[in-house]
Every structure is written in structure tokens, then in C-alpha cells.
Design a protein around this ligand. Sequence first.
Ligand code: XMP
Length: 417
Amino acid sequence: MEKELVLVLNFGGESSQKIARKIRDLKVYSEILPYNASIDRIKNLKPKGIVLTGIHDVNTSDKNKYIKEANQLDVPNKVINSVDEEEIKNFIFEQCGCQGNWDMASFIDDSIERIRQRVGNKKVLCALSGGVDSSVAAVLIHKAIGDQLVCIFVDHGLMRKNEGDEVERVFKEQFNLNLIRVNAEDRFLNRLKGVSDPETKRKIIGEEFIRVFEEEAKKIGKVDFLVQGTIYPDVIESGGDEAHLVKSHHNVGGLPENVEFEEIIEPLRDLFKDEVRRVGEELGIPKHMVWRQPFPGPGLAIRIIGDITREKLDILREADAIFREEIALAGLDKEIWQYFAVLTDMKSVGVTHGKRTYDYTIALRGVTSIDGMSANWARIPHEVLDKISRRITAEVPHVNRVVYDITSKPPATIEWE
Ligand code: XMP
């Protein structure tokens, strides 16, 4: 099947991503290039059409030059500055003659073929975190090359309730991945002992993560490829550069320095986040993993204010699990971007069965957002909050008070640390 591509040449502004996504929704593969991409590069891609976007005042001779060049190509083009479904349909199907045969299933088939050709019989190493990107990348590569892929899952003991076991169960049992789980909770907790500064926590976790990963990787010996979970917005941000893209996009921290590998493989670099999720679904990864809310690499460590202990982690895990369960029961899990519990460092006086208590305060955080850059506190109905508060104080030992965070971002951040 011919691979149809419609290019979006970005002359500025915010419209290029929206247009590319719309074209992809119409089942035609679309890529964004900066307006000054070389004409040879454009020709090499053999586009069926070119959308020029962000052209409002082209009086600038610099940009005019590129518009003229695009006009000279033997490819239909059109200036489209905002998403209008009918206009785009008309352009891609009528003017460019596209068929519309690109979807997640065809992406998977193409990728498997490409990965097989590129990897041959070599070895691939992946740091699996259980997050959406690394999960989808791992399963996709596994489909292509099976046990030539080795995944290392560093369980730092800072995951949510049952999460570590679930990652192991899903990827080992359901997908039969060659997965090494490293139970490194003790190591991480030892290094974090007495540390309360948020950035120091992050730094320690990032470093320790790399160290554990490297130690395990060494046992495997030399690998040829290292998987990176780069996705399309990262590629666009870096100017859609064909050049090697190395971004510290790992679970936590950057690329390991002491792991020997020849090349990086980035199976998701053509996909937007929602497409990654759809590929995940198509591959049969459980829905709740594919649609899971963002979860920071340092995990619960940055949701416990002050120093971290096993006891605090247990308290937070239980409270957080109740919060998430009730939000899902209330059917609110799709509309709230992120919702989680925070264990504050504060104790206060309470009373249970007529007895005085002096215990922790749990803060609940729920926000709506598009991209995490700014956020509004979520208007969770009072009845739902009431039930959550009652359950947490009744079911979680050492918690006698629950508060709800009503601050947006800015001035607050989503996480408390
Ligand atoms: P903030 O708290 O900065 O968070 O408003 C914005 C988004 O980023 C996530 N976040 C992190 N993700 N490592 C991560 O991988 C981190 O250290 C980290 N800190 C914040 C946060 O959950 C939210 O989605």
C-alpha cells in the first residue's frame, strides 16, 4: 500500500499541530516541518500535498521565498491557517487524491516491519517504567523482534499501590516480555533517608535509577540498541530535526553513561500522545495502563512532604488508592487530568471514638489541564469529596484530617514538590 503523506509547513503560530492532528484523524499521515526546511528534504518525503500554515503577514521576503519554492513543486498546496474539517477534507481527498488508509493498525504493521529490518538479529534494551510511552514502545518492539528485546524495570518502591506487581504481571505474563524486575526499594529508601529537599530527592532518585539500570544492563553485556520513548511533540520542539535526537526523556534522569550501546531506537517518534495511547490499546495493553494519568518519575517521593519512610509511603499509598477508586466510581476519571493524594508533613489533633489523636493530614489534589503547563483545580462534587474524606480517615491508620487543594497553576504547581 502506498504511504500517503501530507506535509504541514509551519510558518509560525500554533496551528500546525492542530492541522497535522486533524489530517491524521482523517487517516492520512501528516508531518510538520519548519517553513525553511530544504526543498530536497521535502521532495524526498514525496508528499501528496502540502499545507502552508501560519501565514498571516508574509511581507517578509524571507518567508516569501519559501512560499514561492513550495509553489514551484509539482505537489498541490494550500494555505490553511485554522482547522476547518471540510476545508481539510476537500484539500487532502479532492485536491491531493489521498485515500485515507493510515490508522493505528497500519502504523503498527509498518513499525514492525521497519524495526525488524533495522534491528536484524541484534539486541535491544529498554527501561520499562510502566508509564504509557515505555510500555507501548516495549510491546511494539517485542512484537517485532520477540526475545531480542530485554526490558529492565527498576522498581524504586515509590510507585502507587500494587503498581510494581502489576507491571510485572502484565508484561511478563500477558505479553511474555523478557523482563527483569529489580526490586530496589531498600536502596532508594536508604539513599533518601532524612532527605526532605524536593530537588535533592529528585536528584538522588535520578542518579540511583541510572546506577541500578547500569548495573543490571552490565549483566546482560553489550546491547546494540537502547529504546527511547521520544514522541512527536518532542521531535517538533527540536525543530523536526532528522538529526539524532537525544532528550533526557527517561523515566527519571537522563541516558545512562556506562551502558554500551550503538544506537537509539525511538519507535514512537512519529506519534502524538493520544496516538501512542491508541496504539497501546490496539496492541492489547490494558486500558487503565494506556490511559493512566501522568505520574512523575520520582513517584510518591515528591508527594510526601519532608523525609520519606516506609510507613509514610504505606499511608500515602492507601489514601491515594481510595481517592482514585472513588473518582473512578463517580465517573470523573476521564475529565480530571491528574488526581492524587499528598502526605503533608503536618500532624494535628483529632478525635476518634472519644479518644484524642495526633495524626497526619492528607491533602487531595485534583486538576484539569490540557498539557500540564497550566492547570485549574478540579471542581469535584462535595458529596464525592465527603465520601473520600470519610473513607480515608476510617480506613487509613494515622490519618485524622483530609484537606482539598483549591489552588490552580500558576501560582501553585500540580505536584506539591
Ligand atoms: P508541576 O508539578 O510542575 O507538574 O506542575 C507538571 C507535570 O509534570 C509532572 N512532574 C514530573 N514528571 N518527573 C516527571 O517525570 C518529575 O520530577 C516531575 N515533576 C512533575 C507532574 O506530575 C505534572 O503532570
